[in-house]
Write a protein that binds this ligand. Structure first.
Ligand code: HEC
Length: 102
């Protein structure tokens, strides 16, 4: 009995430690057509670069202005999003135009 509770405690500690280290990407319903993303220059880049960790549709729920989108894109680059500076600029421009602050 003692053995079982120690093992359970170790598993619990490891699970908590792992959860604390990696922020969990938000989930969403995958949509192959990405209907939530309006057409426009940079859309393909968003789908390509931003689909790696979560569905790109997470952007549709945000309400940022231009500098806000730039900060978000910088934050995702820090999370590990992989694109050139030029591509990140195009992504920021697309997001600013497609999802203006309300
Ligand atoms: C390397 C993995 C990764 C990539 C690539 C990535 N993200 Fe994220 N994204 C995350 C993680 C992890 C979170 C949750 C933690 C956070 O907010 O940093 C997140 C959260 C978000 C959120 C907030 C969603 C919510 O419901 O709060 C938005 C918006 C977002 N990402 C947009 C983007 C955009 C736009 C791109 C492409 C430029 C992108 N992400 C690429 C990992 C990634």
């Amino acid at each position: 009995m003692r053995h079982i509770s120690i093992a359970a405690a170790i598993v619990l500690i490891c699970t908590l430690a792992a959860a604390a280290q990696t922020p969990a990407p938000p989930q969403g319903t995958p949509d192959p057509d990405h209907k939530a993303l309006p057409m426009g220059p940079g859309r393909d880049l968003v789908i390509k670069v931003c689909s790696k960790c979560h569905v790109p549709e997470v952007v549709a729920e945000q309400d940022f202005d231009g500098p806000g989108w730039k900060d978000l894109v910088n934050q995702m680059a820090a999370n590990g999003a992989n694109a050139s500076d030029d591509e990140f600029d195009q992504i920021t421009a697309y997001l600013t135009k497609a999802f203006p602050a309300k």
